[in-house]
Design a protein around this ligand. Structure first.
Ligand code: ACO
Length: 434
């Protein structure tokens, strides 16, 4: 990646009476950055920023978020336009290559992805090693990492052709692995991919068809699935993406790096939030219980949070949540459950929270997870699959960011420093003298 950062003056820092100048850079949009790469050499000091709330860890040209304005752009294109007008595979191409494809380029890309969906037959036996009721995310972590043991011919990270083959393999095989993780968990035989179906329809069929009865794909559900994949495709330097970059900064192979991303995504503060949100809606149970629940959320001593609300970066309505809310209503209509109590509770909860000063003052708005859980549940997915679907969709973001990092001449092994407050040097005491 060629740097497009522009010098924009400097910032002065005074440390122990000495003034130093730190270069400032501007990107194409968003906040400027202060370049502190020489800070330690010049002052002997580190910066301290747990959780990276004020730290840009890399230069990137893939995704831009303006959290205050509620804007999310992939390669400059607003997420709502992509969700309405594009499709997941086109968004994959855009994230990977930086531009929307021509008709011919898209056909080639689609054909390549479609023809890479199968897994090595021996790979299927790998699933058998898991306990029969293994959580699908546990299976994802192991099996995606294991791709590095099956595809040795695309592990040279310095070869652009091999990097591209890995991108294709990951995007193509992830739905097959995810569907197998699900089938294994529920004790049903694996369903093979079908090349005449589009990406989302093929995935739904691999999850829900059984040998005794094929699955007729409902186009509304396939469209909703495709939208859900688009909405989760990338989100700049979030925890899992930063994990992929950090793992890859040591030149680890890409399959192993993506497995590391899946691990990071698993937590309830990240990819697991829609599962937590659904459980919360079930616990609330009826609309009448909402006011008491809101009071509990506002009570700091209760430890209860309104799941699906709030975001580290968005201090406005998450633009993905708006698209998700619409898709949710479409799915409920298509499956014929318009009076689901959970949807009623969600709509009412959102209305109340958005007019309550507690949430207004703290700029807490619904995030994508507020509606994605109930939508996926209506489509037939159990909560254990929610984060798996997120991982499937985010794989393109992870591998795009991993590729960008590998092509960045400023790339170095990630090695944060620390503020050490532990014991200083002391002599070892023999066991009988302690
Ligand atoms: N419910 C109630 N209060 C909240 C919530 C919430 N969901 N989120 C934040 N707050 C409050 C905090 O208690 C804090 O209040 P205070 O200023 O009185 O102490 C204030 O709002 C600021 O919150 P922070 O915790 O500083 O915000 P942070 O950026 O660290 O956290 C996070 C963001 C983790 C997403 C948080 O909002 C949260 O836990 N939300 C619920 C979980 C969730 O939905 N996660 C999904 C994220 S999206 C994704 O990963 C795809």
């Amino acid at each position: 990646m060629e740097s497009k950062a522009k010098p924009n003056g400097s910032a002065t820092l005074e440390v122990n009476g000495n003034k130093i100048e730190l270069p400032v850079f501007s990107g194409s949009t968003g906040p400027d950055v202060i370049d502190i790469r020489k800070l330690y050499a010049q002052t002997g000091m580190f910066t301290y920023d747990p959780g990276f709330t004020s730290t840009a860890s890399c230069e990137s040209q893939i995704t831009y978020i303006d959290g205050d304005a509620g804007v999310l752009l992939h390669r400059g294109y607003p997420i709502d336009q992509l969700a309405e007008k594009s499709n997941f595979l086109e968004v994959c191409y855009l994230l990977l290559k930086g531009e929307l494809p021509s008709v011919g380029d898209f056909d080639n890309f689609k054909t390549t992805i479609t023809r890479h969906t199968m897994l090595h037959a021996q790979f299927d036996r790998f699933f058998e090693g898991y306990r029969r009721d293994a959580h699908p995310m546990a299976v994802m972590v192991g099996t995606v990492g294991a791709l590095s043991a099956f595809y040795h011919d695309s592990l040279d990270i310095n070869d652009p052709v091999q990097r591209m083959i890995t991108q294709h393999r990951l995007i193509a095989k992830m739905p097959t692995i995810a569907a197998r993780a699900y089938k294994y968990w529920i004790g049903q035989p694996f369903v093979s991919p079908r090349n005449d179906l589009d990406y989302a329809s093929n995935f739904l069929r691999m999850c829900f068809a059984v040998p005794a009865e094929d699955y007729v794909v409902n186009p509304v559900l396939a469209k909703a699935m495709d939208k859900i994949f688009i909405l989760h495709a990338d989100h700049e330097q979030n925890a899992s993406t930063s994990t992929v970059r950090l793992a890859g900064s040591s030149d680890a192979n890409p399959f192993a790096c993506i497995a590391a991303g899946i691990v990071s995504l698993w937590g309830p503060a990240h990819g697991g939030a829609n599962e937590a949100c659904l459980k919360m809606l079930e616990e609330i149970g009826t609309k009448e219980n909402i006011p008491a629940f809101i009071e509990k959320v506002k009570d700091k001593n209760s430890g209860v949070k309104l799941m699906g609300f709030g975001h580290r970066v968005y201090k406005n309505y998450d633009p993905r949540a708006k698209v998700m809310q619409k898709a949710c209503h479409e799915v409920f209509k298509a499956v014929g459950v318009q009076d689901d109590p959970l949807l009623e509770i969600a709509v009412e909860l959102e209305k109340i929270a958005l007019s309550d000063p507690y949430f207004i003052e703290r700029k807490l708005y619904p995030n994508i997870d507020f509606y994605s859980g109930i939508t996926l549940r209506a489509m037939g997915f159990p909560v254990e699959m929610f984060t798996v679907l997120f991982a499937l969709a985010r794989t393109v973001g992870w591998i795009s960011q991993w590729t960008e990092m590998n092509e960045d001449s400023a790339q170095k092994i990630g090695r944060p420093r620390q503020l050490y407050t532990g014991a200083t040097t002391r002599d070892y005491t023999p066991a009988d003298k302690r």
